[in-house]
Ligand binder design. Structure first.
Ligand code: ATP
Ligand code: MG
Length: 568
């Protein structure tokens, strides 16, 4: 490609709202342009990267035995009502009506469509197992579309769905996708980690993994054990709870009321009573599917709402409003406690580690001290409802310490089981002629997000540094002076030779100063730069590795064979 004809205007500055490196660089180097919040055009360079990622995806999905299809983005709302997700999906689901006022949605994912399809296409166990995939545009009205391609409202996803006749079969399909994902991310040059993730209320132990690209700007926190291989999303991670003491509570005086006017927070209460946050029992009132419940956690911990939600098996969990709290506790917010509450009490295991503590009195402006779990309130419904802290001991090996790293979720593999086949009636006849539900898995990769994640890991202060496998072109060929006929001729000869050998090459034939060309070249980030300069008269060119900036003077033939070798 001749750069003079390429639609790729480079920008000196990125717009102020571009906060992360990948967003800034993809805009500045002319790979993408924003149309509206979270909605982007892929310019020719950006599209070439996307197509390269797709090629890797297709090769690995096909190798793993999956078949490609393409499903519609526009989906009838009834399908979502049938699966029960029309309301549950919430405001992220984009809803619209056609001219006859029939309701539709723009697909944020395709479990409904594919399950319906399989219900109609597959009737016998002989046609199973099967794994299907597509690479397709998804729509999600994200609350905060941000960071360019990392969180879009319209984005490209590779989604796959497996259908099996047994749980062992599902295990195999899952493993096949897991392996394919590892190869895909390896080939894309990503530093990633597969971590245990929250499976919601349907999945069992270890039945879902997220693939995380490690990056400081990642929105997800991952807890990694220093000793064993344990790595889990913070949403799911558990640790050995630090025992505060194990003495007897027999002599502990009966709980007594203390006046704590205007003290609403744990920090304030600790200060006010000269105690530590860990001496306080924090009680929060939630609405679980609309019903009030209380969750108790030690004052130096935060509640992990995802764990609570899963334990309860509810669709929604939100902090109760002041009115509900007042009705339930007879007190204003900040004074809830476990004693005398008539709603279900869910007790985090950190509470069990306390001999006694200070808790809200369920009376405005009052707390209780010397509250003893088990003596003063019934200890039932105990579980792990807290967010683990860095440095705590790993619950898996009980020796290593948990360290936190940030990650970008680039992929997700998930054992769905029969949730959708049941809701939508996807059954087949087994060998005995009786009807069985198909057992499903689903597997997603954020294709456009992956492009950004790669840039986050492969860039420097000068621009992007593309891994060979997905670079938009392999070679940036730059004659220093467009007026020098020797240089121009050599550059053109090389351009033709590269093209003949199938090497993807971008020739900077623009009438620009060398400095401008080099800056743009750094920004665009092709793996190899070949500079045709003053040594052109001796038939020599400068070969520059974008990553290391290592330079070498080579003949045309040497440069050709070097590049052919590196792009194989
Ligand atoms: P997140 O927690 O980041 O919102 P998710 O759990 O909603 O992700 P999935 O429903 O599992 O994501 O979708 C599969 C993959 O699609 C994700 O692993 C991610 O790589 C990608 N993805 C999800 N939402 C977006 C988005 N708004 N923009 C770009 N990619 C996305
Ligand atoms: Mg999401």
């Amino acid at each position: 490609m001749r750069q003079s004809q390429l639609l790729a205007n480079t920008l000196r500055e990125a717009p102020a709202e571009a906060e992360v490196a990948s967003h800034r660089l993809l805009l500045r180097a002319g790979y993408i342009r924003q149309l509206a919040a979270g909605i982007y055009t892929y310019l020719p360079l950006g599209l070439r990267v996307l197509r390269n990622v797709e090629r890797v995806l297709r090769e690995e999905m096909d190798r793993a035995g999956a078949q490609e299809l393409l499903m519609p983005a526009l989906q009838p709302a009834e399908l979502w009502q049938e699966s029960g997700r029309y309301n549950a999906y919430g405001p992220e689901l984009i809803r619209l009506a056609d001219r006859h006022q029939r309701e539709f949605v723009l697909g944020p994912t395709h479990e409904e469509v594919i399950t319906k399809l399989m219900k109609n296409e597959i009737n016998s166990y002989r046609k199973l197992p099967v794994t299907l995939y597509q690479i397709q545009t998804k729509f999600r009205d994200e609350r905060r579309p941000r960071s360019g391609l990392l969180r879009g409202r319209e984005f490209l996803m590779k989604d796959a769905y497996s259908f099996d006749i047994s749980w062992e079969g599902l295990d195999q399909s899952y493993q096949a996708m897991f392996g394919a994902y590892q190869r895909i991310f390896d080939r894309c040059g990503l530093n990633f980690r597969a971590v245990e993730a929250d499976a919601g209320s349907i999945g069992g132990e270890g039945s879902t993994h997220e693939f995380m690209a490690l990056a400081d700007i990642g929105e997800d926190t991952i807890a990694v054990c220093s000793q064993c291989g344990y790595a889990a999303n913070l949403e799911k991670a558990s640790s050995v709870v630090n025992q505060v003491g194990s003495g007897s509570n027999v002599d502990r005086p009966m709980s007594e009321k203390i006046h704590t006017p205007g003290v609403h927070t744990i920090e304030h209460l600790a200060q006010y009573l000269h105690i530590r946050p860990r001496d306080i029992m924090k009680t929060l009132i939630y609405l679980a599917d609309g019903n009030p419940i209380a969750v108790l956690v030690r004052g130096d911990y935060e509640i992990n709402e995802i764990k609570v939600k899963n334990a309860l098996g509810v669709d929604t969990l939100e902090l109760a409003d002041a009115e509900t709290t007042a009705a339930v506790t007879q007190a204003s917010v900040g004074f809830a406690g476990p004693i005398g509450l008539s709603i279900p009490l869910h007790i985090d295991e950190t509470i069990i580690s306390m001999e006694w503590g200070v808790a809200g009195a369920n009376e405005s402006e009052f707390h209780l001290r010397h509250v003893v779990p088990g003596r003063d309130f019934i200890v039932a419904r105990v579980g792990d409802f807290h967010i683990v802290k860095e440095g705590e001991v790993c619950a898996r090996c009980e020796t290593g310490k948990l360290r936190f790293v940030q990650g970008i979720e680039v992929g997700h593999v998930f054992k769905l089981g029969t949730k959708y086949s049941e809701a939508l009636g996807a059954r087949y006849l087994d060998a005995n002629g009786s009807e069985q539900l198909m057992i499903m898995g689903c597997y997603g990769i954020g294709v456009s997000r992956l492009v950004s994640a790669v840039v986050e890991q492969h860039c420097d202060e000068r621009g992007m540094v593309w891994p060979t496998a997905i670079a938009p072109y392999q070679v940036h060929l730059i004659p220093i002076s467009s007026k020098d006929t020797t240089q121009t001729k050599l550059a053109n000869d090389m351009y033709d030779a590269f093209k003949q050998r199938g090497v993807e090459v971008l020739l900077d034939d623009r009438e620009e100063r060398a400095g401008v060309k080099f800056n743009d070249s750094d920004l665009i980030g092709l793996p190899v730069r070949i500079v045709v300069g003053k040594d052109a008269v001796h038939g020599k060119v400068e070969y520059v590795d974008r990553r290391s900036n290592e330079k070498q003077l080579l003949s045309l033939d040497e440069a050709l064979s070097r590049i052919s070798a590196s792009t194989l």
